[in-house]
Design a protein around this ligand. Structure first.
Ligand SMILES: Nc1ncnc2c1ncn2[C@@H]1O[C@H](COP(=O)(O)OP(=O)(O)OP(=O)(O)O)[C@@H](O)[C@H]1O
Ligand SMILES: [Mg+2]
Length: 466
């Protein structure tokens, strides 16, 4: 079927595209044409053969030097091997074949083409033959495939070993990150039943900025200025939202308001934050080793960080017992700290915090936990991924205090969904609720002047129904 002289027709090469734009229509999913799968198999066979020959010819482990030079040397060898194969590839196809063999050798194989596409925000791999991506909030199936489970495992190994971790039967679930900061989670058999599974949250070269938020209608200039004043005035802020709602991106952007002279200590499970300030100490938790020892949790890091004279503590996500330490730190002089939690509304956030504080193992009465919460947290900011893909700041809520056993809160800004367009995309408006936060004096005394007019009840931004 694949003789000496072969004509291989390639599926169309994927193109690199520029910065994500919410306005841009989502490209159609690239379903293979009839017959294309066979051609692709032939192409992948050829690629595999070239790769094997390359590995036979050179010992990569002995090659040292600048990666660009090595790439150039290896490219030459691959070009020669490609000639020997005597295939009827046209110039573009040949170039693509060569660059894919190079990706296999130096990079992450089939993933490279997806990683080069900056419109992709998530890569979701369910076994070797099914790879989905998320673009502009929408999930689509790609025609990119790994050869088999072994090929995918090889790439997973390459990724996790770069950060000194491993993924095998004894530790079949692992978090890692790519050199560009993208977050990676891999789960392999026997836990993943249908083959190795990997989820990559891309953090492209340019993380989203406040300008992007405003361009994407995720926020308005008034809300941004208000949040900036809150960070400058050292309010303690929790960002809440569901999975993939934009919490970390928002945390990064809120942290960008911290003044450059403050000493910031960040703690994360996988370092995703990209702070631009000069004085930042970045800490990352560590999973247990092969004997189940040596784990350093976010809680350990948090306790340690209090001895590091931080001006600001930024915790990537509170998901367990560290929540109690976070509340205590916020209550004992580490004002201006920021974190995120997984919750679907401000009320839900309070309940989550209660549950997580209980995980710390102290039998604190509920009322005491609520009091801690009410006195530690000043503001809750909720991120949400709405149906059809848009991500927005959907509420900015002040924590006022306690009335009896209940924590009192009020929304300052909120998103009101008005409907869903024909294409299934939610639309609505961001409004000021007409309520003024009780901490305005605190903002003023920290030198942040906010125009009180932004709190008058009105629509700040309305989506177009495109
Ligand atoms: N306002 C926004 N508009 C468009 N895209 C956004 C917005 N905020 C975040 N994103 C994109 O959404 C994806 C998810 O964002 P992010 O990682 O911040 O979410 P998360 O809530 O922290 O997710 P997880 O629960 O997995 O930690 C990222 O690719 C990010 O670039
Ligand atoms: Mg996150």
């Amino acid at each position: 079927m694949f003789g000496k002289r072969t004509t291989v027709q390639l599926p169309p090469a994927k193109t690199k595209v520029e910065k994500p734009s919410e306005a841009a229509p989502a490209p159609k999913s690239s379903k293979p044409l009839p017959g294309a799968t066979e051609k692709q198999d032939q192409f992948s066979e050829l690629k595999q053969r070239l790769h094997r020959k390359l590995v036979d010819q050179i010992d990569m482990t002995r090659m040292v030097g600048d990666e660009n030079e090595l790439r150039a040397q290896v490219r030459e060898i691959v070009e020669k091997l490609c000639e020997q194969e005597n295939t009827l590839l046209n110039f573009n196809e040949r170039q693509r074949l060569i660059s894919e063999v190079l990706d296999e050798t130096f990079g992450l194989g089939p993933l490279e083409v997806l990683l080069a596409d900056t419109t992709i925000s998530d890569i979701l791999i369910n076994g070797p033959k099914q790879i989905y991506v998320e673009r502009s909030g929408r999930i689509e199936l790609t025609d990119v495939k790994f050869r088999d489970n072994g090929h995918l495992m090889h790439v997973i190994d390459k990724i996790v070993s770069q950060v000194g971790r491993r993924c095998d039967e004894t530790s079949p679930m692992v978090d890692a990150r790519l050199p560009d900061g993208s977050r990676v989670n891999a789960v392999i058999p026997p836990l993943a039943i249908d083959g190795p599974s990997m989820s990559i949250r891309r953090f492209g070269a340019d993380p989203l900025t406040w300008d992007d938020y405003i361009r994407f209608r995720s926020c308005t200039p008034e809300i941004r200025d208000f949040l900036q004043a809150c960070v400058l005035a050292h309010l303690n802020i929790i960002i809440l939202g569901g999975t993939g709602s934009g919490k970390t991106t928002l945390l990064n952007n809120l942290s960008s308001f911290i003044p450059p002279e403050d000493r910031i200590v960040t703690m994360e499970d996988a370092a995703e934050l990209r702070l631009r300030q000069p004085h930042v100490v970045r800490l990352e938790s560590r999973p247990p080793n092969i004997e189940g020892k040596g784990q350093i949790s976010i809680r350990d890091l948090l306790v340690n960080s209090l001895r590091m004279r931080p001006d600001r503590i930024v915790v990537g996500e509170c998901r367990g017992a560290e929540t109690l330490d976070m509340l205590q730190a916020m209550n004992t002089g580490h004002d201006g700290s920021l974190t995120t939690i997984h919750a679907n509304s401000a009320r839900d956030a309070v309940q989550r915090v209660e549950t997580m504080v209980m995980m710390a193992g102290f039998e604190l009465p509920l009322r005491a936990i609520r009091q801690q919460f009410a006195s530690a947290i000043h503001l809750l900011v909720q991120a949400q991924r709405l149906s059809g893909g848009p991500r927005k700041i959907v509420s900015v809520t002040e924590v006022q205090g306690m009335e009896g056993d209940t924590i009192t809160m009020q929304d300052i800004f909120k998103f009101e969904q008005l409907g869903v367009t024909a294409s299934g995309k939610a639309y609505g408006q961001l409004v000021s609720t007409g309520l003024r936060p009780g901490f305005l004096d605190r903002l003023k005394s920290s030198g942040c002047t906010i125009d009180p007019a932004i709190f008058e009840r009105r629509v700040l931004m309305r989506d177009e129904q495109d």
